[in-house]
Design a protein around this ligand. Structure first.
Ligand SMILES: NC(=O)c1ccc[n+]([C@@H]2O[C@H](COP(=O)([O-])OP(=O)(O)OC[C@H]3O[C@@H](n4cnc5c(N)ncnc54)[C@H](O)[C@@H]3O)[C@@H](O)[C@H]2O)c1
Length: 362
């Protein structure tokens, strides 16, 4: 069965998605829309699909099994609600919402719909990330002791020329929310749920409302301690994940996507026999990327299963992001579950009334 895909927002990431989609045999772009009609037409001419005047028009015309939300972050919730209300599934680019409260609207809409809502997190889907998540869960690597989760990227001032970037209202946050989310989500998908976080955030160099740098220490439910840095100020860019288990260190260093070669495995002295061989066999040739997630998404859709990354998974990550901001702005550790509906950090990552301005001018 061919999955019929609609695309909302035909800008930068939509092109990356379309390129991945073009390599999947049983999926096809059937409809696209953008507020810039010329851009939508150009996109459709290159990648296929009819051009609809709006998302509403796309849903009314129909013939779409899943809508990929490739619009700016502040639109994903309202567009996701429209899609779900039409009984269609949505796959939203990250971040799926600007706040936990917004995201809970999506969860409610999903419950009331026959469609599903999933979030793009393409680095979860590489073969070796999967192997590591499975071997963590079954204990083959021993206990996870500590981990490093670095998103050290570089964005010059011109990057923020795009009107939706760098503001709380349209991007929801800085590199914690917009960039580090990739590594943080991947790390959680491997090591499991988090328990408490202590963080700092700063705006050191870029003309933005949000932070351009944050760092956090996170204790996981397993007891492992993770250090996270999210930066847009790092000239030698890298995305670095490191996992230290009883029996091995496993590292991943890449930038925006990885293959098998980006990983490194170092066995501990006395590690169980066969573990290093098993690691060697985990090189399946399947790296990270939208394509790997799409294949799993369309298979789940065809079988009527929840689509990965599920709303429960995405909420766990979003809650950690909110807790990083809350800890940074309130200057205290924040535990999982603390950001309830009454918290100023539920409605906005900035937190209403948080002493952000005082902190950056100090
Ligand atoms: N997964 C990844 O690795 C990755 C990488 C880059 C960007 N992203 C995410 O993808 C999303 C889009 O980013 P981008 O860089 O492609 O942005 P972009 O600005 O290049 O593209 C967004 C497009 O949405 C269109 N748009 C705006 N409002 C619209 C509306 N109401 N209806 C329909 N279309 C509308 C714009 O005209 C534009 O063409 C963001 O959430 C971003 O965080 C994800």
């Amino acid at each position: 069965m061919t999955t019929r895909v609609g695309i909302v927002g035909t800008g930068g990431i939509a092109g990356v998605q379309a390129d991945s989609l073009s390599r999947i045999d049983d999926a096809e772009i059937v409809a696209v829309t953008d507020i810039d009609e010329g851009r939508a037409r150009e996109f459709a001419a290159k990648w296929g699909g009819r051009v609809d005047a709006s998302l509403e028009a796309m849903l009314e015309t129909g013939g779409v099994d899943i809508v990929h939300l490739c619009s700016p972050p502040g639109l994903h919730v309202a567009q996701g609600e429209l899609v779900l209300r039409a009984g269609v599934s949505a796959l939203s680019e990250k971040p799926p919402a600007l706040s936990l409260a917004e995201f809970d609207r999506i969860r409610a809409a999903e419950e009331a719909s026959s469609g599903w809502f999933a979030t793009v997190s393409q680095h979860r889907f590489g073969g070796r990330a999967r192997w590591l998540a499975e071997r963590t869960a079954d204990g083959a690597l021993g206990d996870a002791m500590t981990a490093v989760c670095h998103t050290l990227w570089y964005r010059p001032e011109s990057y923020f020329d795009m009107p939706w970037r760098g503001t709380w209202a349209s991007e929801g946050g800085g590199p914690t929310m917009g960039h580090g989310i990739h590594q943080i989500d991947t790390m959680l998908s491997i090591l499991g749920p988090w328990r408490e976080v202590t963080a700092v955030a700063a705006r050191r160099a870029r003309p933005v409302e949000t932070e351009d740098l944050s760092a956090a220490l996170v204790t996981l439910e397993s007891g492992a301690v993770v250090s996270i840095v999210n930066s847009l100020l790092s000239p030698r860019e890298t995305s670095y994940l490191r996992f230290d288990y009883t029996h091995a260190t496993v590292e991943l260093e890449h930038l925006y996507g990885y293959g098998d070669d980006a990983w490194r495995f170092t066995a501990a002295p006395g590690a169980p026999e066969g573990l290093a061989d098993e690691w060697e066999r985990s090189a399946t040739g399947r790296g990270s990327g939208h394509g790997a997630q799409f294949v799993e998404t369309y298979a789940a859709l065809a079988e009527g299963r929840p689509l990965p990354v599920t709303t429960a998974d995405a909420r766990d990550t979003l809650e950690l992001l909110a807790a990083i901001y809350a800890s940074a702005f309130e200057g205290r550790p924040v535990a999982k579950g603390e950001i309830d509906a009454a918290s100023p950090f539920a409605a906005s990552m900035r937190g209403s009334g948080a002493p952000w301005e005082e902190k950056v001018t100090a």
